[in-house]
Design a binder for this molecule. Structure first.
Ligand code: DSN
Length: 415
């Protein structure tokens, strides 16, 4: 894709778009929630569907001229059903947070109770943080991981549910490196008559590929995002049994959104088709294998990983035991200088602040899309370690940067 037409119309924006393309090509995207979509997905996302209003759902729109919008949305729905095996799918949420909002609005009343994982233990803002609408509209209590093991404390969650009697329990996380026992959480929800929302935003692709156990058919509602471990472009998705279909659809439109972003729905349809190819299963497995290799090598260097490793696409490094005077932000900034882009992250039992936390979260979805294998990820672990050891040493950062340049040249991304 060229930006020649944008350049002619608006050189300032063209500069920024070309800058971003070069940035993505020349750096290693290790923010665990990011990935790189195909050019086919990007082309679909920039189609004329951006011009079209299509409030409603396929075959039941409030405006005329929706025949091609219908085609695209129905393709996205059918492919999503095939990928995740859900009875009912809504592909219109603009994001994972909007998908969660759709579920809350669909089945809860203001003031109802949510039980969810604490943000500093790996949860998400939309699971009920006070700064988010979910924390303001609903009564929220939070469960935690076991600080020793780093695993979800399922017993503690169950006891907490019995005391709090929530209307909904939220599972699925943003910074949790282990496979989730959705069945165990369902038991707690059943014991107290609560709904169960499994937010698989981070592992949507791993579940679609069968690499991680699926909560579809276990939890009442499954939400996801379409741009993390699956490469279908930015957006959200809700899956549920047919009995909740009308409530969920009405909560998305007209409940909380207006016209769907049909160009993004087109991107979802294309990305879902790609994910139905056998190669996607290999990609998802390689993403996990790469994260395990990355984590094992970081441990060999003496770094401490939350839960001592990973089952999915991310590792969470707690810097405190090995580097007590180094913060996540120090490392994030130095690594970015060297061309490795990841994020500082809170860790269970955080002793600093959310803005300058003690951990770093690193993911492999983007590297795996570029073609990295386990050996490459071990090398990336070596590079991360060198910077963790000396985040303020400019010569170390420059040397690591040179090696990153070689790696990005070896595995080019977009032409
Ligand atoms: N911002 C995403 C993440 O990084 O996990 C979640 O919304």
């Amino acid at each position: 894709m060229s930006y020649d037409t944008v350049r002619e119309a608006d050189p300032a924006v063209a500069d920024a778009l070309e800058g971003e393309r070069a940035r993505q090509n020349d750096t290693l995207a290790m923010i665990a929630s990011e990935n790189h979509v195909s050019e086919a997905v990007m082309e679909a996302q920039s189609s004329e569907l951006t011009n079209k209003y299509a409030e409603g759902y396929p075959g039941e729109r409030y405006y005329g001229g929706c025949e091609f919008a219908d085609d695209v949305e129905q393709l996205a729905i059918d492919r999503a059903k095939e990928l995740w095996g859900a009875d009912h799918v809504n592909v219109q949420p603009h994001s994972g947070s909007q998908a969660n909002m759709g579920v809350y609005l669909g089945v809860l009343e203001p003031g109802d109770k949510i039980l969810s994982l604490d943000l500093t233990h790996g949860g998400h803002l939309s699971h009920g943080h006070p700064a988010n609408f979910a924390g303001q509209v609903y009564e929220v209590e939070q469960y935690e991981v076991d600080e020793e093991s780093g695993y979800i404390d399922y017993e503690g969650l169950h006891e907490h549910a019995e005391e709090f009697e929530p209307d909904i329990i939220v599972s699925g996380y943003s910074a949790y490196p282990r496979e989730v026992d959705f069945g165990r959480i369902q038991e707690a929800a059943d014991a107290v008559g609560a709904y169960h929302l499994a937010d698989i935003a981070h592992i949507t692709g791993l579940v679609a590929a069968g690499v991680h156990e699926s909560p579809v058919g276990v939890a009442d509602f499954v939400t996801g995002s379409t741009h993390k471990t699956i490469r279908a472009g930015r957006g959200g998705i809700i899956m549920c049994d047919e009995e909740y279909a009308d409530d969920i659809d009405a909560a998305v439109f007209p409940g909380s959104q207006g016209g769907p972003l049909m160009h993004n729905v087109a991107g979802k349809a294309v990305g879902f088709k790609e994910a139905l190819e056998p190669a996607f299963e290999e990609y998802a497995q390689q993403t996990v294998d790469n994260a395990v290799a990355l984590g094992d090598r970081l441990k060999e260097h003496g770094l401490d990983l939350v839960s001592d490793g990973t089952d999915n696409h991310l590792v969470l490094i707690d810097l405190r035991p090995s580097h007590p005077d180094t913060t996540g932000k120090d490392v994030e900034a130095a690594l970015e200088e060297a061309g490795i882009v990841l994020n500082a992250n809170t860790v269970p039992g955080e002793t600093r602040s959310a803005f300058n936390p003690s951990g770093i979260r690193a993911g492999t979805p983007g590297l795996t899309t570029r073609g990295f294998d386990e050996d490459d990820c071990r090398e990336v672990a070596d590079l991360i370690y060198e910077v963790v050891e000396a985040p303020h040493d400019e010569s170390v950062v420059a040397e690591v940067g040179e090696r990153v340049d070689e790696l990005t040249d070896e595995y080019p991304l977009y032409e």
